[in-house]
Design a protein around this ligand. Structure first.
Ligand SMILES: Nc1nc2c(ncn2[C@@H]2O[C@H](COP(=O)(O)OP(=O)(O)OP(=O)(O)O)[C@@H](O)[C@H]2O)c(=O)[nH]1
Ligand SMILES: [Mg+2]
Length: 346
């Protein structure tokens, strides 16, 4: 899953990016993998005595500010279109008293910017499709109708997220990478002292954004950098002392999974225990394809056991004899915490 940090210059995107990616080197690195910590994976690895443990990953992109004009605009827009989820970083570390006013305005401004960019894209596509229909390609008519609906939604100043689209419509639009269709959430970059307490205006901001399906979470980019350098055994004590429940990294990961509707499944064998990420409801055959394209092509069935059942049984064999391992077909929908063994013919 690709998550892009967007926001105005100086909001703290690069500071946060470098902290989360644990980067020390040159500032030219703009994308990095973040491992998703998962206790369950570690327990599974121990259970099967795995040689190698591979966590799930989020690819985080530090993106150029979207509102930049001129030469960098095309690059920044293309970067934003390429991610699955937009994390809007809003700087509130200098003046926390301004959350209600400035932060809310900044969030709206980015939304409006994205609406305009989508409008441009929809209109040029619409021109092409209208031309194709004029020269006899009648089969393009449904796309034209869909684009017209998008156009009027955007013209009303609403994001495409706010219109009800059928699964088929969504599929049809997917290739266009429309910005206002992408899930997004807000990271309020607050001062260290505001992390534990309640920032004035935050509750109202949260409420307003929640109505649009946007989650607001607080992080202190600067502190996150310092915490990233602590030895892991000292970290929890430090967080407790400061009155912060968890790292910004963990907040971001949780928000990303929730916004995208992603779940984790596992494969656990002697050579490797590994965590995988798919959209909730993904059919088993597609999940198999995440592991290897041969498994998707030659899919026979999936042996599925719940993580908890496997742990309490103590081994795959014991789980099987307890009847906790189910045989599922290609259409079985993956749940969070499933441990899969794919049977396939090569
Ligand atoms: N005190 C404090 N300063 C911060 C914090 N986050 C960022 N800064 C400072 O703000 C300045 C800009 O931060 P960046 O992370 O470079 O901002 P950016 O969003 O990447 O900016 P652009 O790349 O120009 O779009 C830097 O000098 C940071 O040290 C924070 O949480 N607290
Ligand atoms: Mg930057």
């Amino acid at each position: 899953m690709r998550v892009g940090l967007v926001g105005v210059p100086g909001s703290g995107k690069s500071t946060l990016f470098r902290a989360l990616a644990r980067l020390q080197g040159p500032a030219s690195v703009r994308a990095a993998a973040i491992h998703v910590p998962d206790e369950r994976l570690l327990r599974l690895a121990t259970l099967v005595d795995a040689k190698k443990t591979t966590p799930a990953e989020i690819i985080l992109h530090d993106m150029p500010a979207l509102s930049l004009r001129g030469s960098q605009e095309a690059e920044s827009v293309a970067a934003a279109r390429g991610v699955d989820l937009l994390a809007h970083v809003v700087g509130a570390y200098v003046d926390p008293g301004n959350v209600k006013g400035v932060a809310a305005k900044e969030i709206r401004a980015l939304e409006e910017e994205m609406i305009l960019l989508d409008q441009g894209l929809v209109e040029s596509r619409l021109e092409r499709v209208t031309h194709m229909i004029r020269v006899g390609r009648k089969e393009e008519t449904p796309e034209m109708e869909l684009l017209l609906r998008c156009k009027s939604c955007l013209e009303e100043g609403r994001s495409l997220r706010s219109t009800a689209l059928s699964e088929a419509d969504e599929k049809r639009l997917r290739g266009f990478q429309l910005l206002t269709m992408k899930p997004r959430f807000v990271i309020l970059n607050v001062a260290e002292g505001d992390l534990a307490g309640e920032v004035p205006g935050l509750a109202e901001l949260r409420e307003r954004e929640a109505a649009l399906g946007v989650e607001v979470t607080t992080i202190c980019a600067q502190l996150e950098r310092e915490l990233a350098e602590l030895p892991p055994e000292e970290l929890q004590g430090f967080l407790n002392e400061m009155g912060i429940g968890e790292l910004g990294r963990d907040k971001l990961i949780r928000a990303a999974y929730t916004q995208l509707g992603f779940v984790t499944f596992f494969t656990a064998g002697r050579p490797e225990a590994r965590a995988w990420t798919v959209r909730r409801g993904t059919p088993a055959v597609e999940a198999a394809g995440e592991i290897h394209s041969d498994m998707e092509r030659g899919f026979i069935r999936a042996e599925v056991v719940r993580y908890e059942d496997l742990i309490s049984a103590g081994s795959h064999t014991a789980a099987r004899s307890k009847g906790a391992v189910r045989l599922e077909g290609r259409d079985y929908r993956i749940e969070d915490g499933d441990v899969l063994l794919i049977r396939f013919s090569a």
